[in-house]
Design a protein around this ligand. Sequence first.
Ligand code: SAM
Length: 301
Amino acid sequence: MAPEDHEGATSLLQSFERRFLAARALPSFPWQSLEEKLKDPSGSELLLAILQKTVKHPVCVQHGPSVKYARCFLSKLIKKPSGDSVTLSESTAIVSHGTTGLVTWDAALYLAEWAIENPAAFTDRTVLELGSGAGLTGLAICKACCPRAYIFSDCHAQVLEQLRGNVRLNGFPLELHTPSDSGSPNVTVAKLDWDEVTASQLSAFQADVVIAADVLYCWEVTLSLVRVLKMLANCQRTSAPDVYVAYTVRSQDTGKMFITELDRAGIDWEEVPPHTGKLFPYEEHSAIAILKLVLTGRHAV
Ligand SMILES: C[S@@+](CC[C@H](N)C(=O)[O-])C[C@H]1O[C@@H](n2cnc3c(N)ncnc32)[C@H](O)[C@@H]1O
């Protein structure tokens, strides 16, 4: 952020904090300036900061204004067009048409939150997502993190069809197009089956970042995924991509078998520290983790 932008955001933040703590009338808040600021790529960070300085302010938590006032404030705040709302068509069943990919899973929400808090990991980079499912994580990244290109992928025909629909629903054209001055990423949806994909197909993507959410639900799937990761490490023309894999710890084995396979493949990993901004209403009691993997281009396939 340029210094003058930073100054502007700081004074806007102060203005929201003071007015909220003094329970001033909501129309007196600088909503117009906020709307302008939310057009910046860092808009979502500003929204999170405003939440921290208002409804989550320690003073407010102890001696807050009325629930009605806080509710009206929040409803006004979330209606601001920050450019990062995502609209999805998805199934109501956890498994339908023989796949788990027609519904959004908690790890996808968690990874989207992490991305929104860490946009630099994606900005101006080519991102390949494996097992995209309904597409929430990718759409959030496309809207909030300014990637250069985003490749959604999955293996299931019905999932791919829904995914294409969701991409269009959020205003991203799927026709091949070159990145324009609009800053809109080049978005594609690819059929990519980890059991069939070849090194040359993966190489064509030349991804800088690879992500996947909730794809470690059984041993066979985990093995297939690690196979793809090894291929990705070996097929890059330049440096190997950064890889982030998010998963819900459903049993002690979930992460363990993935880590065992990573260690066996010689892929280094580290757990990403939890982010602070919770945006989505997922099950708080389910532990979710993100691993960052280090692919070095020396892994035997
Ligand atoms: C539990 S869903 C997660 C979807 C989405 N990432 C989310 O978290 O909401 C797992 C996804 O992985 C995809 N998948 C499973 N095995 C696959 C394979 N061999 N190749 C490609 N995708 C696969 C499924 O089609 C499904 O969309």
